[in-house]
Structures are given as C-alpha cells and as structure tokens.
Write a protein that binds this ligand. Structure first.
Ligand code: SAM
Length: 291
C-alpha cells in the first residue's frame, strides 16, 4: 500500500503529517487530554514520556507545556530503546525502561525531584503468538508502573497503554490500590477493532512509608511485597470512558480525500528502523529465503 492510499484510508495518519506530528498516536494523547485535562495543569513541571519514539507524544507534551512561554522550570524526559531525533524542550534518553539505571538517569536529570506526570505508550515487538505477546505487553506495563511508583510525586498522574486482554482486571485492581481514580479510556483515534486502551490513573496515593526500589534481580511480586496491591483473586472493572468529540474522525472509517490532494511526506524518517538491515541485505542480494 502506497503512502497516498494510506493518507485516504487513515485520516489520523494524514492529519498527523499536516500538523507536524511524527505519528498518528499524538491524537490519542490529545483526545485523552480533552477529557481528563491532565496536561492543562499550570503546575505541571516535570514530565516523563516512557517508550517515546518516534516522539509524537513528546511533541504534544512539548507544545502543551511550552505553548505560552519558554519556562525554565519545566522539564520533559523521553525514554526509548530507539534513538529519537531531537524535539524542542525534550531531553531524550536511549534506554530500557525495565532497567534500574534508567530510573537513576531520569532522577538525575530532575535533580532528584519527583515527576508530576508519567505516560507510557509502550509496545513490544509482536511475535504473532498471542499468549506470548499478551504476556510481554503485561510485563512492559508492570515495568512502566514500577518505574513510575519510584519517580511519581504523591498526587501525580500516570497514563499508560494497555490491551484489554484476559487479565486486565488484575491490572486495574493493582492500580486501584495505588491511585485514587483509575479509568480505562479509549480515544476515537484508537481503532475500535483493536484491544488497545489507556489507563488514566489520577491521584497517586502510595501507602505511607512504602519506599519502592528497582532491582534487576527482584520479581514484580518481590517489588510490591511491602505494598498491599491485592492478590490474584482481586479483580476490578475500571470505569470506561470514550474520548474525543463526536466531530473527530472515526479511525475505523475510510474517508474521501480530494483526488487533487497530494500525499504528504513523513514528518520524520525513522532513525534506525529494525528493518534497515534487511533492506540493505536485500539490495546487495544477500537476503535469501530458506526453502
Ligand atoms: N508514543 C510514541 C509516539 O507517539 O511516537 C509511540 C510509541 S511506540 C507505539 C512503542 C515504543 O515502545 C517503541 O518505540 C519501542 O521502542 C518502545 N519500547 C518497547 N519496549 C521498550 C523498553 N523496554 N524500553 C524502552 N522503550 C521500549
């Protein structure tokens, strides 16, 4: 499929390019914010974007936090395994969110102050084996949560992508122990046909005296052992909220784009995409398929 046909098939893809966003995911964060207004708080100073590449959420954060002034007391740190092309007002770290060193690097950048807001749009590479993919995705959410509880200030907000699979009610229950309000939100720009949704967790409220610390050798269970985050039997259903006004586009629909409309180039080409090596091998005739 050429990029011009994708421009027609997916209006968010086209709108992202028109508005200078590196990915259509920008609209997911914007529509979540339309409902919850977490980025409109003038006291938002330190923000962390986990799993940030190619950077459209960081672009939204940068535009929101710095739209009125070049405030010197605000900081945005973006973390991803992939390198990111620089974005104004964003410090990027090429790092693994599951490694304790990443937490220390962020804290160092914040001068040991805690963050007001953490978001994570993390997605692992999919294998096509559904059970394995679901398991790895849940592990990534737990890693994002572990890092978040070590860095978020009391009262802060955490927003993360989840897949509403079999055990998502366990995740809601665990989040419910740590935050005052947990909502499962689905922006209109997230395809209705996908299990993707976002947990919006407001009012971080850890147990008094709990001092979580990340350690590569400890399991999730060990990490939370001094914090009563519930047991396997505890499952909750989080309230569900559809976000994005009714005038916004339906991400499952195909729209008519004027035939005269030219297709737009990507805002930012990938820096070092995983398929780069395969393309180089193919061009040099060294990519062979086993028969
Ligand atoms: N929010 C981004 C945006 O708006 O441009 C899109 C994020 S993309 C859907 C998911 C990202 O998660 C990928 O860039 C991937 O490299 C990153 N990721 C997956 N596992 C990670 C890990 N362990 N540490 C850091 N980043 C990770």
């Amino acid at each position: 499929m050429g990029k011009s046909s994708k421009d027609k098939r997916d209006l968010y893809y086209r709108k992202a390019k028109e508005q200078g966003y590196r990915a259509r995911s920008a609209f997911k964060l914007l529509q979540l914010n339309e409902e919850f207004h977490f980025l409109d708080d003038p006291n938002l100073k330190r923000v962390v974007d986990l799993c940030a590449a190619p950077g459209s959420w960081s672009q939204v954060l940068s535009r929101k936090l710095f739209e009125k002034s070049d405030a010197t007391d605000k900081q945005i740190v973006a973390v991803d395994l992939q390198a990111m092309v620089p974005i104004n007002h964003v410090t990027s770290l090429q790092a693994d969110i599951t490694h304790p060193r990443t937490l220390h690097q962020i804290l160092e950048l914040f001068g040991n102050h805690r963050a007001d807001f953490v978001c994570s749009d993390g997605a692992p590479d999919v294998t096509g084996l559904h059970d394995l993919d679901e398991y790895v995705q849940q592990q990534l959410i737990m890693s994002a949560l572990q890092l978040t509880v070590c860095i978020l200030k009391r009262g802060g907000t955490f927003v993360a992508k989840v897949f509403r699979g079999r055990d998502i009610d366990l995740v809601y229950a665990q989040l419910g122990y740590l935050f005052e309000h947990v909502t499962c939100a689905k922006p209109r720009s997230s395809r209705g046909s996908s299990l993707e949704a976002f947990v919006v967790c407001q009012g971080y409220n850890p147990p008094d005296g709990w001092q979580p610390s990340l350690d590569t050798n400890s399991s999730v269970v060990e990490f939370f052992q001094d914090c009563p985050v519930g047991s396997e039997d505890n499952r909750t259903i989080a309230p569900f909220m559809a976000c994005g006004s009714l005038e916004s586009f339906d991400s499952d629909a195909t729209y008519h784009v004027e035939p005269s409309a030219t297709s737009l180039d990507p805002v930012q080409l990938p820096t070092n995409p995983p398929y780069k090596q395969a393309l180089e091998l193919k061009r040099s005739g060294r990519l062979t398929r086993a028969v």
